[in-house]
Design a protein around this ligand. Structure first.
Ligand code: IPE
Ligand code: IPE
Ligand code: MG
Length: 247
């Protein structure tokens, strides 16, 4: 069917789901219609990722900057999120999908936050795939909240500055329980990170497609994974070191 090599799948795939607005504009529809169609792509891609066997999938759904969009659009996105969570719960449970959320979650409307927490609780025992939703997430916010908590622990005397290394710092990030992403996909062609994972993307492979998020589907996902599987990840070493395993 497809030529994916099971052993070379990304352990963690992260996606910047962009282009809902442009998808709608091209059809002379309201931006919100684009977000609705985008939610359908979320359903497809979560399902496909689970079938393919990707252990960790993170979707950038709402950035810290997206709060500054017109209030009606923010409201519609929050409603879509809430509906998505309630409609997908049975499928998450059936397919062993554990839900997590990362970001400044306290900014979410109360009803959305409680539905989110309930879904997280109900799926907490699932083990086949971890689906993380980055909501009200900013890469800079993430780093700053980690620094604040590290400083508090230092002041309390439970942590010494010398102990702060990459491994420890990672444990203070909202992504503490996730491995660093192996592959980042961005839809709709923009060549930027838009304040998504800043620390976590240090050695992530990047795949940008011009396809708008509502048009992104399983076939496109497989294309991205095939491209990833052809890459040589060197992590600063030479190609020869990688090939001979000599390091
Ligand atoms: C992505 O689509 C969804 C969110 C950022 C919430 P956009 O709404 O950013 O769509 P474009 O970029 O305007 O086309
Ligand atoms: C990035 O998309 C955020 C999400 C996909 C949630 P944006 O549409 O907000 O990014 P910019 O503004 O084009 O950089
Ligand atoms: Mg956008």
């Amino acid at each position: 069917m497809h030529r994916l090599i099971k052993e070379k799948l990304p352990r963690h795939l992260a996606i910047i789901m962009d282009g809902n607005g442009r998808w709608a504009e091209r059809r002379s529809l309201d931006r919100i219609a684009g977000h609705q169609q985008g939610a359908e792509s979320v359903r497809d891609i979560v399902r496909a990722s689970r079938r393919i066997g990707i252990p960790y999938l993170t979707l950038f759904a709402f950035s810290s900057e997206n709060w500054n969009r017109p209030p009606g659009e923010v409201e519609a996105l929050m409603l879509l999120l809430k509906n998505y969570l309630s409609s997908e719960l049975p499928e998450m449970l059936d397919n062993g999908i554990r839900l997590l959320a990362i970001g400044d979650l306290n900014r979410l409307p109360k009803d959305v936050l409680s539905t989110l927490n309930e879904t997280i609780k109900q799926t907490s025992q699932a083990t086949a795939m971890t689906l993380s939703l980055a909501l009200s997430y900013g890469g800079r916010d993430d780093i700053l909240q980690a620094i604040r908590r590290i400083m508090i622990n230092c002041r309390e005397g439970t942590l010494a500055p010398e102990e702060v290394d990459e491994k420890l710092f990672s444990k203070y990030l909202w992504t503490a329980s996730l491995p660093d992403p192996d592959l980042l996909i961005r839809t709709s062609g923009e060549m930027r990170i838009s304040n998504f994972f800043l620390w976590q993307l240090a050695y992530t492979e990047i795949y940008v497609t011009p396809t708008l998020w509502p048009d992104f589907n399983r076939e496109e996902l497989i294309q991205a994974l095939l491209s990833y599987q052809e890459r040589e990840r060197r992590f600063g070493l030479t190609s020869e070191q990688i090939k001979t395993g000599d390091r």
